[in-house]
Design a protein around this ligand. Structure first.
Ligand code: BGC
Length: 538
């Protein structure tokens, strides 16, 4: 149901991303879990968010931290039981928080019953037809069926053995756009959409408020599975860092594996399912499309409600780059009538204080970018730990777990996934019971960054987030129009309704326009806005 003002709850909600294994460990196995989350929901209310998005907690061999799902309608015993989901939902709803769960439709785990059946049944079988099995190329079919690369590095195909007893020979290849333990489903097979519709209903019936749709742009591949053009024979090098991997500068690339038109039919049918339920259930697409316009196609009125807008997260620290992102985003969603979304960090990218240079300067910039983002229309996504100003952690090689790191040797994503420090002066800082080792090591110097330490300090990043979220409810609700005020190219200056926002990306302090200060991301200097600082005025 829409709120009293007729606006559905998700349209301007602040979502808090809980990365299950790193939020709160209730049983001391070093991994966060559902009861751990439930026990901390009060904390999220105190912080002032509206909704929680929980990353996958389904049974999984955990080759990609749960994004390799072996059973979509159950809970991995490491994270709890189905009853724990019910308890979490009940507590969240009592506290007025909405809960969004992750849905992973592009691929299953290789341990999903369908994939096991596919391996056992052999070529040409209906079991194999749920995935993308193909014969190899060249003599003996020894080369992969096409030249596609996995997002995690190396070929996107793995060869399986022929299941004929005693044959001892190699057989077909299957497609996996991610790890080899994540075979891609064939969405042209009607069994696949049918299964996911049941999965949607299963969780909707249990009371979830929505879904985050993983790799939403990936479900359909060009039917012929033709080669990708522009890739050197024998495969190309993977882009060298995460930002590039995350699709920067892709506009000119031929991408027969992403963003195919057929995918929109799926989201139209899901919209219909969501609308059968009361309470404005919603879905947000993780769709790394090439342009803001192609992203907007996922949020047409009869498709998904939101799509993550990764443009800001990919932009450098620059007022003109931020202005372009704001302008480009609003222009893209306006024609389809969708609300924009904003996100600066998540579990797949380097945390934003580190991206902005790290140390005190990186943190100041991160706070300024956050305050600016929170002033904008639409909804914002906050990744756990950013309210503590956590930086990317340099995880030692022997502790790394990310398949991207193993397949490429490149930075990887573990550094953004280190567990949350709640209290105390030593690891595990209240993340789990004393003595339990967290699944990724926690730095020795986090005592000042714990939730408990920061809640005591009115100048902490935690207090700043809480104040900003409170202020947002009061003053940042005034319509969807944003005016980008002309100004110096080092300062982003915008107005939304009665709210004026400045973000100083330059190197000199700047004068403030007239108005009463609502909140600043750092201290003012003699009435001027220092570099790396943002402010709200009314
Ligand atoms: C998730 C990643 C995951 C990938 C494959 C994503 O976009 O956010 O963490 O590795 O999908 O499921």
């Amino acid at each position: 149901m829409a709120g009293a003002d007729g606006v559905p709850w998700w349209r301007d909600a602040v979502f808090y991303q809980v990365y299950v294994r790193s939020f709160a460990d209730s049983d001391g196995d070093g991994l966060g879990d559902l009861p751990g989350i439930t026990s901390r929901l009060r904390y999220l209310c105190d912080l002032g968010v509206d909704a929680v998005w929980i990353t996958p907690f389904y049974p999984s061999p955990q080759h990609d931290a749960g994004y390799d799902v072996a059973d979509y309608r159950s809970v991995d015993p490491r994270f709890g039981r189905l009853e724990d989901v019910d308890a979490l939902l009940a507590r969240a709803h009592d506290l007025g928080l909405r809960v969004v769960v992750d849905l992973v439709p592009n691929h299953t785990s290789s341990e999903h019953v369908w994939f096991r059946q596919a391996l056992a049944a052999g070529p040409g079988s209906p079991e194999r037809a749920r995935y993308l099995f193909r014969k190899g190329r060249g003599p003996g079919g020894d080369r992969p069926p096409n030249n596609w690369e996995s997002v995690f590095g190396g070929p996107a195909w793995t060869r399986v053995d022929d299941p004929t007893p005693g044959s001892g020979s190699r057989g077909e290849w299957y497609l996996h756009l991610f790890d080899r333990s994540q075979p891609d489903l064939d969405w042209r097979n009607p069994e696949v959409p049918a299964m996911f519709e049941e999965v949607l209903r299963f969780w909707l019936d249990r009371g979830v408020d929505g879904f985050r749709v993983d790799v939403a742009h990936g479900l359909f591949k060009v039917e012929s599975l033709r080669d990708q053009r522009g890739i050197p024979a024998g495969g190309g090098d993977l882009p060298s860092d995460r930002e590039e991997r995350s699709m920067v500068a892709r506009e000119a690339r031929d991408e027969p594996m992403w963003d195919q038109p057929e995918v929109h039919e799926v989201y139209r049918s899901w919209r219909g399912v969501l609308e059968e339920y009361s309470g404005d259930r919603m879905a947000v697409a993780e769709a790394w499309t090439q342009t803001p316009q192609s992203m907007a196609r996922y949020v047409r009125p009869d498709e998904l409600h939101q799509a993550f807008n990764f443009a800001w997260l990919l932009a450098p620290w620059s007022a003109s780059a931020f202005a372009d992102v704001v302008r480009g985003t609003l222009a893209a969603v306006a024609p389809v009538g969708a609300a924009p979304t904003w996100v600066l960090s998540n579990h797949d990218v380097v945390r934003h204080p580190t991206r902005y240079g790290g140390g005190s300067r990186g943190l100041a910039r991160a706070r300024a970018a956050t305050l600016t983002m929170l002033a904008l229309p639409g909804s914002a996504y906050v990744y756990q730990g950013e309210e503590l100003g956590l930086e990317e952690v340099d995880v030692p090689p022997e502790s790394r777990q990310d398949p991207y790191w193993f397949r490429t040797g490149k930075v990887g994503r573990d550094g953004a996934r280190v567990p949350i420090p709640w209290r105390g002066t030593r690891s595990p800082y209240g993340f789990g019971p004393r003595g339990a080792s967290p699944w990724l090591p926690m730095p020795d110097d986090w005592a000042q960054l714990t939730v408990a330490a920061q809640r005591r300090d009115p100048g902490s990043t935690w207090s700043f987030y809480r104040d900003a979220l409170r202020a947002r409810r009061r003053v940042a609700r005034d319509g969807d129009d944003v005016e980008l005020v002309e100004g110096r190219s080092t300062v982003l200056h915008l107005r939304r309704g009665g709210l004026t926002v400045l973000c100083n990306c330059g190197t000199r302090p700047v004068r403030l326009p007239a108005g009463e200060v609502v909140l600043a991301s750092g201290r003012l200097e003699r009435g001027l806005l220092p570099p790396d600082t943002a402010i709200w005025l009314v």
